[in-house]
Design a binder for this molecule. Structure first.
Ligand code: FE2
Length: 378
C-alpha cells in the first residue's frame, strides 16, 4: 500500500501518484473537499467561501484506504475522502512549464500539410449523429477550424451551423452579415481582391471568438478561402527570434473601427496574447483595423515594427496556408482567437455570395467537453 507522508508542520502531505511523489497542501485539500457540506450534490458548486475555512487549517491525520485518501483536518476535526484518481487528475506539484508560447490543452499546430486532410463534417451527419458531431467539434478544438459540406443552400443556413454547438453573437453588423461580390468582365485584369490573412474584429473587447462563413453562390473563378494557424505562426516567430516574440507579447497594440455612425469600437491588447504563465491565449492580426500604437516604449518601437513585419511575412508564407474552395451549401467555422482567414483573389467573371456570423468558443467548448464526459472520456 502507498504510504502517505504528512509534513511535520501539518501544512502539506505527500503520496505516490502514478509513480511520482506528489505533494498537496492542507488548505488546497480542504478547499477542494468533495463532501456534500462543501459541494452541492446537484450541480457540484462550492457551498463554502474561503472565509468559512479556518486560516489555521492543518492536516492532523491521513491514510490511504483502497483507492481513496482520507484526510482529517484540524481545527475542524473534519475528515474528507478523496479518490486517488481525482487527485492524480488534479495534481499541481509538477515540473515547471515550458517556455512562454506553449499551446493550450487539446490543441495541435499545423501548416500546409493539413491541405491533405482539411477537417470536414457532412451537415446531415453532424445534425443527426452525435459521434460525428463530437469528432468534428474535436477537430475544430484541435485545429481551430473545420469545414461543413452538404448544407442547405438557403439564406440563414449558417445559423443551423451555429445551432450545432452554441449561440450567435450579434454585433453592430447585425445577427449576420452579407459578403456579396460581383465581378464585372471589364475588371477582368483586376485580380487584387485578395485580402491578407487576418483575425476578425480585434477592436472588440472581447473579440468574437468564433466566426462562421457560409457559401450560397459561387460562380466566380478563384476566391478560394485560406486559413493560417496563428499559433503555428507565433511559435515559428518565437523560435526564429525570441526578441520579436517578446516585444509583440509584452506590449499592447491598439485597434479601432469607427466606420459607421454611432459606432466607435476600440481595444488595447497585444498582438500575441499570453496567460501570465506563458500559455498562448490568442492572436490579433488585422492590418485594416490597427490604430496608431502608442504603448510601445520609444526605444522598442522599431523592434516592434520589425517583429510585426516578420510575423506578417510568416503568415503570408504559402507553406503555412491551407486553401479550400467553398461551394454553395458549404461553410467553415474558425477559432477567431487563433486561426487567421483570408480570401484569395478572383480571376474571372461571376458572382459570389457568402453569409457570415459570429459566435463564441465557450459554447463550442462546453458542447464538446460535455459530449466527451457523456461518452465516458475524462
Ligand atoms: Fe474576415
Amino acid at each position: 500500500m502507498t504510504a502517505v507522508k504528512i509534513d511535520p508542520t501539518g501544512r502539506s502531505l505527500a503520496l505516490d501518484l502514478s509513480g511520482r511523489e506528489t505533494r498537496f497542501h492542507a488548505i488546497w485539500l480542504r478547499d477542494n473537499a468533495q463532501d456534500p457540506e462543501t459541494r452541492a450534490k446537484t450541480n457540484g458548486q462550492r457551498l463554502l467561501a474561503l472565509r468559512d475555512i479556518p486560516e489555521s487549517t492543518l492536516i492532523s491525520q491521513a491514510e490511504i484506504n483502497e483507492d481513496r485518501l482520507d484526510v482529517t483536518f484540524s481545527p475542524e476535526q473534519k475528515t474528507v475522502s478523496f479518490g486517488l484518481g481525482w487527485l492524480a487528475a488534479h495534481a499541481y506539484d509538477r515540473p515547471n512549464r515550458a517556455a512562454p508560447g506553449w499551446l493550450p490543452e487539446q490543441t495541435q499546430t499545423w501548416t500546409a500539410e493539413l491541405n491533405a486532410q482539411v477537417p470536414t463534417g457532412d451537415f446531415n451527419q453532424l445534425s443527426t449523429d452525435r459521434d460525428r458531431l463530437r469528432s468534428w467539434l474535436g477537430d475544430v478544438t484541435r485545429f481551430g477550424f473545420g469545414k461543413v459540406i452538404n448544407g442547405p443552400v438557403e439564406s440563414g443556413a449558417l445559423f443551423q451551423i451555429v445551432d450545432l454547438f452554441g449561440y450567435v453573437r450579434e454585433t453592430n453588423y447585425g445577427r449576420h452579415f452579407e459578403v456579396r461580390t460581383e465581378i464585372n468582365p471589364t475588371n477582368l485584369a483586376f485580380t487584387g481582391l485578395g485580402l491578407q490573412a487576418h483575425t476578425d474584429n480585434p477592436y472588440r473587447d472581447p473579440v468574437p471568438s468564433v466566426q462562421v462563413l457560409y457559401c450560397l453562390e459561387s460562380s466566380a473563378v478563384g476566391g478560394e478561402n485560406m486559413v493560417v494557424d496563428g499559433f503555428a505562426a507565433v511559435q515559428r516567430l518565437r523560435d526564429e527570434n525570441k526578441a520579436f516574440f517578446d516585444v509583440l507579447a509584452n506590449h499592447c497594440a491598439r485597434f479601432e473601427y469607427a466606420g459607421e455612425d454611432g459606432v466607435c469600437l476600440t481595444s488595447r491588447r497585444p498582438m500575441i496574447e499570453l496567460s501570465p504563465d506563458g500559455e498562448l491565449i490568442g492572436l490579433r492580426f488585422n492590418n485594416r483595423s490597427l490604430a496608431a500604437v502608442t504603448d510601445i516604449p520609444f526605444e522598442q518601437m522599431e523592434l516592434w515594427y520589425a517583429a510585426y513585419r516578420r510575423l506578417g511575412e510568416i503568415i503570408d508564407d504559402p507553406a503555412m496556408e491551407v486553401v479550400f474552395r467553398l461551394d454553395p451549401g458549404e461553410g467553415f467555422v474558425v477559432d477567431n482567437t487563433r486561426v487567421l482567414h483570408a480570401r484569395k483573389g478572383y480571376s474571372g467573371e461571376g458572382t459570389r455570395w457568402l453569409q457570415g456570423c459570429y459566435s463564441d468558443k465557450d459554447g463550442l467548448r462546453s458542447t464538446y467537453d460535455a459530449m466527451m464526459r457523456e461518452g465516458g472520456a475524462t
